[in-house]
Design a protein around this ligand. Structure first.
Ligand code: NAD
Ligand code: UFG
Length: 366
């Protein structure tokens, strides 16, 4: 199958591209590299022994998107492309609505233009309203508490409307719980810009000496040890869910929603414990005030994904921490700085395929 992956150079996307190539699929990536580096795809190529075609392009550039879609004519699209920082979305709501919502409208229009009707969308557990009824099922009430979450909710609703409007669509909405970890090789992983907002990337920067101590946001929550509890999911398990969703959508029309999580929650203290074991020293931490907007606890019920997709999270918190540590310790500065500058699409494709190394001595880590 030929799969077009928007945002395929990013954290989750690069893991999905690797699994797709390893499974023998043909892959095209559409990414503007605004939050990623072509280095991720170069490493994916080296591991898979096969290459995706990289199309540098913006979801907001509808002409380019249509041109690529008509050129590639994929059998399916996996849509990771978008902005994802909750705090930034509060400061720049319009940038988030434009990039995520308008970008998705453009994508769907380009798909219609090329008669492509199979789509997997990256949604988030953030679309669930705060609930005491755990684990969260797919039909739990939805509500979002920040602009980022609202873009995901609006897109979900738009996809529901689309499926109602025409019986031709096969749409899978994947609600991720908390994606963490890295490929077990340590070659690809999460490379956040600036100070990480999320727990696991912050811990891993403490472990590698880039930050002094982990700040635990509150120890007075009504949870088993007083710290926040989340359903952490290994990025490789998560990526596999996309392949399973595409298989399912090949045989089913309509719109479907699946939680991708482990089904159980882990506290902040237990995540720090797992990471301390992974890196071989007790990581320092300090209890500070609660973070505004955080809720005590949530985890999802992944039964629907197990029954309908045959998908199940295989890796636990120890493996998530070990793989994250392997990536962080092998790549203390992530993929290194990258500015797209004047590089052409051809330059970058040559770079990721390793045909020539014109970029390796400049901006990109070799
Ligand atoms: P990421 O930032 O690493 O990857 C997103 C990719 O999209 C990047 O490569 C970026 O360059 C690209 N992109 C952004 N805007 C674009 C645009 N306008 N045109 C083309 N490309 C664009 O993020 P990730 O963690 O891999 O997340 C992937 C998806 O999963 C996102 O939609 C995110 O909202 C969703 N998600 C992530 C998490 C998480 O915690 N990581 C949780 C739930 C949902
Ligand atoms: N936490 C700390 N210290 C930190 C960072 C986080 O104690 O430095 C705590 C939080 O209070 C929370 C837990 O660790 O209890 C997890 O926090 P994260 O920021 O890692 O993750 P969230 O659950 O807040 O949210 C993340 C993404 C959202 C996404 C959601 C579900 O940021 O965009 O997971 O996928 F929607």
């Amino acid at each position: 199958m030929h799969v077009l992956v928007t945002g395929g150079a990013g954290y989750i996307g690069s893991h999905a591209v690797l699994l797709l190539l390893e499974a023998g699929h043909q892959v095209s990536v559409y990414d503007n590299l605004s939050n990623s580096s072509p280095e991720s795809l170069r490493r994916v190529c080296a591991m898979a022994g096969a290459s995706p075609e990289l199309f540098i392009g913006d979801l907001l550039d509808s002409d380019r998107l249509k041109e690529v879609m008509l050129n590639v004519k994929p059998d399916a699209v996996i849509h990771f492309g978008g902005l994802k920082a909750v705090g930034e979305s509060v400061e720049k709501p319009l940038a988030y609505y434009r990039n995520n919502v308008v970008g998705t409208v453009n994508l769907i229009e380009a798909m219609e233009c090329a008669d492509v009707r199979r789509l997997v969308f990256s949604s988030s557990a953030t679309v669930y309203a705060e609930s005491k009824k755990l684990p969260l099922m797919e039909d739990a009430p939805r509500d979002a508490s920040n602009p980022y979450g609202r873009t995901k909710l609006h897109i979900e609703q738009m996809l529901e409307d689309l499926a109602v409007s025409s019986g031709e669509w096969s749409i899978g909405i994947l609600r991720y719980f908390n994606p963490v970890g890295a490929h077990p090789s340590g070659n690809i992983g999460e490379d956040p810009q600036g100070i990480p907002n999320n727990l696991m990337p912050f811990i891993s920067q403490v472990a590698v000496g880039r930050r002094n101590e982990v700040k635990i946001f509150g120890k007075d929550y009504p949870t088993y040890d007083g710290t926040g509890v989340r359903d952490y999911i290994h990025v490789v398990d998560l990526a596999q869910g996309h392949l399973d969703a595409i298989d399912f959508l090949t045989h089913h029309k309509g719109q479907f929603v699946w939680n991708l999580g482990t089904g159980s929650g882990t506290s902040v203290l237990d995540v720090i414990g797992a990471f301390s074991r992974a890196c071989g020293r007790q990581l320092p931490y300090k209890i500070v005030e609660r973070r505004a907007g955080d809720i005590a606890e949530y985890y999802g019920d992944p039964t629907a994904a197990r029954l309908e997709l045959g998908w199940k999270a295989e890796r636990g918190i120890e493996e998530m921490a070990c793989d994250m540590w392997k990536w962080q310790s092998q790549n203390p500065a992530g993929y290194g700085e990258f500015e797209i500058g004047d590089y052409t699409n051809e330059d970058l494709n040559a770079y990721i395929k390793g045909i020539k190394d014109t970029l390796s001595s400049t901006n990109v880590v070799s």
